[in-house]
Design a protein around this ligand. Structure first.
Ligand SMILES: [Zn+2]
Length: 187
């Protein structure tokens, strides 16, 4: 950050009085620019086939970062929006899927990218979905068909791995965990 969002003059990085970490502070109007983590919200959209087989909806990213990699539908929470509303909106924006019964499933602290990722389990009401401006392909995958080496983000990988384990147990407790930079190297 170089310029003040309030008056346009130059900012400097310094620790304001009474604070304990550096902030961008305007040299002219003294406005302090606090920078805080972003929240990413998304879903695991689950479709149950007539045979009883469960499938999950993944989107092939047509936008950076990670263009050309598969992801669960997810994106940044907007102002004046609840986490659940955001997850529903992102799912529609990226896949045009019809979902309901959203239920919080995973919270990931991604401290090294200043993000918190929240994933909700969701029921797909039908098998209708389509590509969008953000997704060049949208597909249902069986849990033995997931393109593990072509997933976009560690949190998507972890949420899907966790879901498969919970499927075996037949229950889906909410859990929070930390994802660090070494996640892919440890896979
Ligand atoms: Zn200013």
């Amino acid at each position: 950050m170089k310029f003040c969002s309030q008056c346009g003059n130059k900012v400097t990085l310094k620790i304001p009085d009474g604070d304990n970490r550096p902030r961008y502070v305007c040299q002219v109007c003294s406005f302090i620019h606090y920078q805080n983590p972003n929240v990413v919200v998304g879903t695991l959209p689950i479709f149950v086939e007539k045979s009883g087989v469960l499938k999950v909806l993944l989107c092939l990213r047509d936008i950076e970062p990670r263009l050309g990699y598969w992801t669960l539908p997810a994106g940044f929470l907007e102002n004046n929006e609840t986490s659940l509303e955001g997850a529903l909106r992102e799912t529609v924006e990226e896949s045009c899927a019809n979902i309901s019964n959203l239920s919080l499933y995973r919270v990931f602290n991604v401290a090294h990218t200043n993000q918190i990722h929240m994933f909700f389990r969701a029921d797909m009401l039908d098998d209708q979905f389509s590509t969008t401006s953000e997704s060049s392909d949208v597909r249902l995958f069986g849990f033995d068909e997931i393109p593990w080496s072509r997933l976009a983000f560690p949190t998507v990988h972890k949420a899907l791995k966790d879901f498969i384990e919970d499927l075996k147990k037949g229950h889906f407790p909410v859990e929070m965990s930390d994802i660090d930079e070494s996640y892919w190297r440890r896979m």
